[in-house]
Ligand binder design. Structure first.
Ligand SMILES: Cc1cc2nc3c(=O)[nH]c(=O)nc-3n(C[C@H](O)[C@H](O)[C@H](O)COP(=O)(O)OP(=O)(O)OC[C@H]3O[C@@H](n4cnc5c(N)ncnc54)[C@H](O)[C@@H]3O)c2cc1C
Length: 251
């Protein structure tokens, strides 16, 4: 017999199907995938009354060019197809957090968390990704920059991420210390058809990375307790130069 949890206690729900999971999320439940956000007070989502375990219901691995939402960052970093076709994404996954976090954090949860310090974001933009999501209107594809920059999103379940560009690529990050420290800036880039697509992550007002072309405007960059906008601009220049150097070598 099921009992309602006492007031203030979160009920953990384990739906049997994706549709059931989506209904629970559409009804106000909070999706939980790897659950890494729960480790940190700074990241913990407000679980509310109902947490919906979605990890087992979403695709794992890479099929038909789609990175399944329940693929862990460790699996993505080690995947031979990802390393060959989407090297900036594979590198960014390998440089995120710690081995323990990468072993449980999923691609879906990492994208859906929309953290302004995300390591993965710039590489997803460089490889021109679309986010696949189940919504009240059915399956939708949302451009990664649109997904990461919107103030709010309607109830949805990320089912995967599909990169549309492949090619030699690289990801670089800088943080104030080694180990699990949020990046002050990241730069990811790929070489495609003789051109470079470079994006800076962890530097803007939202999780959306900024395309590096032409002069980088200071007022597009974040100033906070960890770094000023000007410092971030300098960092981006250094990281971008290294990505260009690596792509010169790899391309
Ligand atoms: C110690 C520590 C160090 C970290 N270091 C880094 C770092 O260096 N770089 C970096 O980029 N990040 C870092 N993070 C953040 C971490 O990468 C993310 O919290 C993690 O990747 C989230 O993945 P998850 O599968 O555990 O998601 P969860 O924690 O389960 O969920 C994260 C958010 O996404 C929502 N969600 C989950 N799955 C779905 C889905 N399929 N559809 C819709 N919404 C969903 C949840 O409701 C929640 O709001 C760190 C976190 C910790 C605790």
């Amino acid at each position: 017999m099921l009992h309602d949890p006492p007031a203030g206690v979160t009920a953990w729900l384990h739906p049997a199907t994706r549709d059931e999971a989506f209904s629970l999320v559409a009804d106000g439940g909070t999706p939980v995938a790897g659950g890494v956000a729960l480790l940190s007070l700074a990241l913990a989502p407000a679980l509310g009354e109902r947490a919906v375990d979605v990890a087992a219901l979403l695709p794992v691995g890479i099929f038909d060019g789609l990175i399944g939402a329940s693929t862990t960052l460790a699996e993505l970093a080690a995947d031979s197809y990802a390393n060959a076709h989407w090297p900036a994404i594979a590198e960014a996954a390998a440089m995120t957090a710690t081995p323990q976090v990468r072993a449980v954090a999923t691609v879906g949860g990492t994208v859906a968390a929309r953290l302004p310090t995300s390591d993965l974001a710039a590489s997803l933009a460089a490889h021109d990704c679309v986010v696949h999501a189940q919504t009240a209107e059915g399956e939708r594809e949302i451009e990664i920059l649109d997904y990461l920059s919107r103030k709010t999103l309607p109830a949805h379940l990320v089912s995967g991420v599909r990169p549309r560009l492949s090619g030699p690529g690289a990801h670089r990050r800088f943080a104030l210390r080694l180990g699990p420290a949020p990046a002050l800036a990241t730069v990811a880039g790929i070489a495609v058809n003789g051109e470079l697509r470079l994006f800076a992550g962890a530097v803007g007002p939202t999780a959306a990375p900024i395309r590096l072309e032409g002069e980088l405007k200071l007022d597009s960059l974040r100033s906070d307790a960890r770094a000023s906008a000007e410092y971030r601009r300098q960092l981006i220049g250094v990281l971008a130069a290294d990505v260009r150097r690596v792509l010169g070598q790899r391309g």
